[in-house]
Design a protein around this ligand. Structure first.
Ligand code: NAD
Length: 252
């Protein structure tokens, strides 16, 4: 469909080698975008997968980046400007999640979650935002979580980081909008990825019971929302929004 074409667009996706990010990369590539997949310490597997995508006709480059480290993120920005070209679309997909009761939550746990989920989005966005403004075009998509809205037990650190990301999204969208740069977020419900692999059976059963959908989502049920927000026509009138493919977990 024309509204969702990404032909001629270049996209950077952090956390783009696994889970939700990976599904977004595959969908964007299928819609004509050139992709830069930023992975974290997963060069070999990411490069092998990128080769498979290239064999299917996609244009995919791979680069390593620790989004918590401003030097590493600066290198990502430099490399991208030098070797990849102008970026039209940025997906901040890198994230970490852990289940820790507040009484046991260490400062290190809190800081690490904030560093990946919130500071990481700030650092990476900073590398591309001004360029997008200069070219008067951009699509920034932050992967938040429905837990930003509803909260949950044993995840104060995660919920705070994702609520921060929703606020960041809204605030930055005011600065981007006059320059044709839209900033939006996606707040998925629970999705079957490695992120949920470590959670207990009790937790899964509790979540299934709460969810109107009665099941967790699949990555392919999240990626189309990113395509909508990334597309030139379809995404143009979304600004500061957080869209919620969440199985009915939160109804706003
Ligand atoms: N799976 C879910 O239920 C769910 C629900 C709502 C939101 N999310 C969010 O979706 C996003 C993707 O998660 P996912 O479920 O696909 O899990 P995932 O574990 O497959 O993806 C997380 C990615 O973040 C990367 N990452 C972690 N630390 C990093 C760092 N320091 N620097 C760079 N990258 C780093 C990981 O390498 C991985 O690729 C995350 O932001 C997550 O919080 C997931």
């Amino acid at each position: 469909m024309e509204s969702f074409s990404l032909e001629g667009k270049a996209a950077v996706v952090t956390g783009g080698n696994t889970g939700i990010g990976r599904a977004i990369v595959e969908l964007f590539a299928a819609h004509g975008a050139k992709l830069l997949v930023a992975h974290f310490k997963d060069q070999e597997r990411t490069a092998a997968w990128a080769s498979e995508l290239e064999a299917r006709g996609a244009d995919v480059k791979v680069v390593e980046c620790d989004v918590t480290d401003d030097q590493s993120v600066a290198r990502l920005g430099d490399w991208t400007r030098r070797s990849f070209g102008p970026v039209d679309i940025l997906v901040n997909g890198a994230g970490v999640c852990s289940e820790i009761p507040f009484g046991k939550l260490s400062v290190a746990d809190w800081d690490q979650t904030m560093a990946v989920n919130l500071r990481g989005a700030f650092l990476v966005t900073r590398q591309f935002f001004e360029g997008m403004k200069e070219r008067r075009y951009g699509r920034i998509i932050n992967i938040a979580s429905q837990l930003a809205y509803k909260g949950t037990v044993d995840a104060a650190h995660y919920c705070a980081s994702k609520a921060g990301l929703v606020g960041f999204t809204r605030a930055l969208s005011y600065e981007g909008a006059p320059f044709g740069v839209t900033v939006n977020a996606i707040a998925p419900g629970p999705v079957e990825t490695a992120m949920l692999a470590g959670f207990t059976d009790e937790w899964r059963a509790m979540k299934f019971a709460q969810l109107p959908a009665g099941r967790f989502g699949q990555v392919d049920e999240i990626a189309p929302t990113a395509l909508l927000l990334a597309s030139e026509t379809g995404g143009a009138y979304y600004m500061g929004q957080t869209l919620s493919p969440n199985g009915g977990d939160v109804m706003l």
